[in-house]
Structure formats: C-alpha cells, structure tokens
Design a protein around this ligand. Structure first.
Ligand SMILES: Cc1cc2nc3c(=O)[nH]c(=O)nc-3n(C[C@H](O)[C@H](O)[C@H](O)COP(=O)(O)OP(=O)(O)OC[C@H]3O[C@@H](n4cnc5c(N)ncnc54)[C@H](O)[C@@H]3O)c2cc1C
Length: 579
C-alpha cells in the first residue's frame, strides 16, 4: 500500500523491517526484503512521490532538479575554506528514488581496486571485485540508446548484465563535439587513451558515458526497484511525506540498547507517529541524513550530542566524521558551432519542440544524459605530489581526477550567458584527502544539518586539481579541436588563469561539489574500535539497527558512485537474510 500521509498508516500495522529513506539503497532493500511474503516491510520516505516533478524521468532535464526544487532537501554547505569562504549548494534528493531521482545518471562501477580496498579495510573478502561480479550483472540491464544506433565500439556488452532492474545505455544522438573528443583521444593516446568500456574494472582513459537510462527514461532506484512491485506486493507499505525524527530505543538485549523503533512526522508542527519493527530498523537516509538521525537519537560523538542537550546512548565518535566528496571544476571553452545544447536555453520554441518529442516518444535530444564522454586519469607515477603526500587512490587502475564533457555552457557559480556556443570540460577531483563533517545545527530534526564537505581543503586536493586543469588544456590543444574550439571562456576567470597562483585562485572561485557525500558512518571490522557499522551493516554497540547507504563506505568510490550504492545494498540484503 502506498500512503501519501503519515496519518494514513493504520496504527495496528506490524512490521518485520522498517526502512528509513527511499533512495537507491532503500529501494533495493524494500524490494528484496519484501520478496519473502513472511516479511512485512515499511519504507518511510520524507519526500513526496516522484510523480510531482515532471522533469524527473526526462534524462537531459536533470539540470532542472537542483537546486531549490520540490524534490530536493536544498541544502547549502557551511563556508568552505578551500573555496575562499564560499558556501555552495548541496542538493540531495527528497522523493521516491532519493538522489537517484535527481542525479545526472552517470553509471560507473569504478576500478576493481576500489572493491579490493573496501574488502581489505573491513576484513571481508565478499566485498572484493571478484566476488561482486555476479551482483553487478544482477543489477544491470544493458539496453540500446533511445535513438537505437549500433553501439559497437562504444561499450562491451559481454561485461554487462542483461536482465537486472537498472537499465543502462550510452547516450545516443551523437553531437558535433563527440567526434572532436575521440579525434583528440586518437591523437594524444599516450596520455589520453580511448577506453571502450570504463565499467570493465579498469576505468582509465576516455570513453562514452554510460547512463542509468533506458528507452529514453531515467532509471532511478524507485523506477527500477519500486515501480514494478508497488501495486502487487501486499506485504510492502510505503509512506510518503513522512520524515523520521528519531530512532527509538525500545529496550536492552545482551547488555546492548535495542533500537528498533521509529518516530516520524510530516512537518515540525504535525502529529508524530511511532512504529516498532519486530526484527530491524534499517537506515538508508543517505550520507547526510543518516548521521543526522543517529545523532538526534543519541548515537554519535558524545561531546557533539551534549552540546545540543541530547543524552548519549551510544558513544560512536565516527558518526558524522570522515565526510568525503568529489570536487567539480567546470572549465568552459567557446566553440565555433551553429548548434550546441545552449540553444535549448536561448530558444524556447526549440526547447518546447524537444520536450514534446520526449513526451510523445521518449526520444530526441532530451532522451540523453548530460555529459556524453567521461575520462579518468592518474597523476604520473613520478609525480612530486604523490611523492610528497602519498597516493590516496586504491591502486594503479584508480583515477585521481576526471574529465566530463558537455556540449554546453556549464558553471556552478554563474548563470549561462545570453548568447554563444560553448563546451564544458570539467576537471573533477576523485581522490580527495580532505575530510569533512556532518554536524547538528540543533536538536530539532527539522533544522538542516551543518554540512562541511571540506572541498579543496587539503594541499593534495589543490595541487591535483591544478594538474587536472593543465591536463585539460593539453587535451584541448590537440589538432582535432582546430576550427571548433575558439578559445577559453573569460567570464569565469579561466582564460586569464595562467600562473599556478592564478589557476589556484580560479579553482577556488569556481569549484563546487559533484554531489557525492560518502563515509559519514563508515564500516570497519567488528573488532575495531573505529567506525560505525560492522561488515554486515549492523550499527556497533546496538541491537536491531543497520545502516545501508552511502554513509558506510570506508573510502569514497573513485567513480560516480551510485552503482556502488546499489552493489552495497544488494550485499546488505544477503547479510540481512542470512542473519
Ligand atoms: C544532483 C546530483 C547529481 C548526481 N549525479 C550522479 C551521477 O551522475 N552518477 C552517480 O553515480 N551518482 C550521482 N549522484 C550521487 C548518487 O545519486 C548518490 O550517491 C546516491 O543516490 C546515494 O544513495 P543513498 O541511497 O545513499 O542516498 P539518497 O539517494 O540520498 O537517498 C536517501 C533518501 O532518504 C530520504 N530521507 C533522508 N532523511 C530522511 C528521514 N529523516 N526520514 C525519511 N526519509 C529520509 C531522502 O529523502 C532520500 O529519498 C548525484 C547526486 C546528486 C544529488
């Protein structure tokens, strides 16, 4: 049953599992745990249905879902030291599908070494690359792009799943820039090699972006895992517009506090409702709201809790610590072209034509994701930066920085100019050594948490993004761009940023988040005094409570991370079913 208001859930209902948050992780859990008809499952989502915003299913319109929309928590960071004290928007999805309903849909599983490093860090080989292959194939269904073109040479079908819930495709509708990107890749292949499929375990090089898009439609966690079962599974209840305000301690077992109750409400002024799970409460509220909720419930660093008058039930200092995020720096070039996606911003008639085409056939330019090529690179092995600061990557296949290409103006700091044609080649920092925090602003669950992703805060991060910008300029100097790239855009300070000091100042003034918070309730061996959850996703020093979402990763994926979240969630299901 789908309830749109907390007051509709019958008070007499009994649940085996209560899941908090309907992002990709929560959607996987709700589907898999309700496969067993003996389980009665309640999925609680703070936001509304994903049907309230018509842009959600339209791949290219992901740009219109952040910031400040009705399916978003619309957070802002605290002032960022590495960004000259700027605060930056920090969108998180607040609807069925969570952030996978507002994200940019880039689908990357990351390097094999990420999985092997997680396995080593948590002391459990089931997380290794070799051991998650079956899980990855079970999640994916590789499908043709919306324009149906032959994808030979763009993707290796044999490494993908064919029958999973999340549809995956390359973008379709090749544009003018694509041939230039691959021309430059061929010309400069020693530094920027072509990679036919970056989801093979080796992402390095430049290739076609794969998206969680099928048939021209976004595949969010909700579309993939909830839509197919929402009306048929009588043992699954979903309640929308219900914000969990506290995880409730219901007793003690074996000397440990049992946390299998939840309290939720529609808003600060509305009534509160409480339910207990007979087995477990599973937090899947994401890397920002999961630590917030733990702290509101007395689970976290005791000094932080007592500063807000919250009694500590379980002292876990790593709750809200170790926040890791990727940094985006959109670099813009002017291009010599009569059409780029900028025209959709300038020409309303054209936009409406394309939108109508998408509405009638799920086809056309809006049926594709926003960034047609992606590249992953390492600092050179003799790099002074690696010598001085160590190598934070997971191994020789793990990238330090990324290129993302889009045939349009893009800046997180400025509005689009009123005219002109542009290309964006963003340089993204993938292995940050900075660590930030999520803290409470107050004991009121309806106050936004204080989010400090510490963007570009460390010297390693600053020096690496500087090298990435220089690499992007080397790539843009390839002969293939001649006649197409006109010059670097001046308005963001890019063209004028030539000395190292100028480049650093430009990066600090223009960088923002790639929206990938991770690690705020990280996993470690059960015997370790560090960390928040055990390798079977149980919250340490408690009974009846697990966390399954982006919070639990000991290191941020060196990729776009949604695939890793699905993989961890499918792994967690196995752990829950086995216990
Ligand atoms: C704008 C944007 C673009 C992105 N682009 C990409 C991309 O292209 N590729 C990629 O791989 N990744 C991308 N990501 C990241 C990716 O979407 C996330 O890593 C992933 O969704 C995290 O999943 P999650 O289940 O941990 O949390 P979330 O997806 O954040 O879901 C958490 C859910 O819990 C709900 N919730 C939170 N608190 C409560 C509460 N107290 N009570 C009830 N419900 C609650 C939220 O409303 C939300 O629905 C992007 C993210 C954003 C925001």
């Amino acid at each position: 049953t789908l309830y749109t208001d907390p007051s509709q859930v019958p008070a007499a209902n009994k649940y085996t599992y209560i899941i908090v948050g309907a992002g990709p992780a929560g959607s996987v859990l709700a589907n898999r745990l309700s496969e067993d008809s003996n389980n009665k499952v309640l999925l609680i989502e703070a936001g509304p249905s994903d049907s309230v915003n018509p842009y959600i299913p339209v791949p290219f319109l992901c740009h219109g879902l952040s910031p400040d929309t009705n399916v978003n928590w619309n957070y802002t960071t605290v002032p960022q030291i590495g960004l000259g004290g700027r605060k930056v928007p920090y969108p998180r999805g607040r609807t069925l599908g969570g952030s996978s309903s507002i994200n940019y849909m880039i689908w990357t599983v990351g390097p094999s070494s990420d999985f092997d490093r997680w396995a080593a860090a948590v002391g459990d080989s089931s997380f290794s690359w070799k051991n998650v292959q079956g899980i990855i194939k079970g999640i994916e269904a590789l499908v043709p792009p919306a324009d149906g073109h032959n994808t030979t040479g763009q993707i290796i079908p044999s490494i993908h799943g064919t029958n999973g819930p999340v549809h995956i495709s390359v973008q379709g509708y090749p544009n003018e820039m694509d041939s230039k990107v691959f021309g430059a890749t061929a010309q400069l292949s020693a530094e920027f090699p072509f990679n036919e499929d970056m989801n093979s375990g080796n992402p390095l090089g430049i290739g076609w972006t794969q998206f969680s898009v099928g048939g021209g439609v976004r595949y969010s966690g909700a579309k993939a895992y909830l839509d197919p079962i929402i009306s048929s599974r009588s043992n699954l209840d979903i309640v929308l517009n219900a914000q969990v305000t506290k995880i409730v301690r219901t007793g003690t077992s074996g000397g440990l506090p049992v946390f299998n109750g939840v309290q939720f409400a529609q808003s600060a002024s509305s009534s509160k409702y409480s339910f207990n799970a007979t087995k477990e409460v599973i937090l899947a509220a994401g890397a920002i709201n999961t630590p917030q909720l733990l702290m509101l419930s007395g689970i976290g660093p005791s000094a932080e809790l007592s500063s807000h008058g919250i009694p500590t039930v379980v002292d876990l200092p790593d709750v809200g610590a170790h926040l890791q995020d990727h940094v985006v720096l959109p670099n813009v070039w002017l291009v010599n072209s009569t059409f780029t996606y900028d025209d959709l911003v300038y020409n309303e008639t054209l936009f409406i034509e394309d939108y109508v085409q998408w509405q009638t056939s799920h086809n056309g330019p809006l049926a594709t994701g926003p960034t047609t090529e992606t590249g992953w690179f390492r600092l050179p092995s003799n790099s002074q930066i690696l010598k001085a600061y160590g190598d934070p990557s997971s191994g020789p296949l793990s990238p330090h920085y990324e290129f993302l290409f889009a045939e349009a103006f893009s800046s997180f700091v400025q509005e689009s100019p009123a005219a002109g044609h542009y290309m964006m080649l963003s340089t993204n920092l993938i292995t940050p050594t900075s660590r930030g925090t999520v803290k409470l602003a107050s004991a009121n669950p309806f106050d936004d948490p204080l989010i400090d992703p510490a963007l570009l805060a460390s010297t390693f991060d600053k020096l690496t993004i500087r090298e990435a910008i220089k690499a992007a300029r080397r790539f843009a100097a390839a002969p293939a761009w001649k006649g197409y790239l006109v010059g670097e855009y001046a308005g963001t300070g890019f063209a004028a940023a030539q000395t190292d000091a100028q480049i650093d100042a430009y990066a600090s003034a223009n960088a923002a988040t790639v929206f990938h918070p991770f690690g705020t309730a990280f996993m470690s061996p059960a015997s370790s005094s560090k960390g928040v959850v055990t390798p079977d996703f149980k919250v340490k020093k408690t009974h009846g409570l697990r966390i399954v979402d982006a919070s639990v990763f000991p290191y941020i994926p060196t990729s776009h991370p949604q695939a890793a979240v699905y993989i961890f969630a499918e792994k967690a299901v196995k752990a829950i079913k086995n216990s």
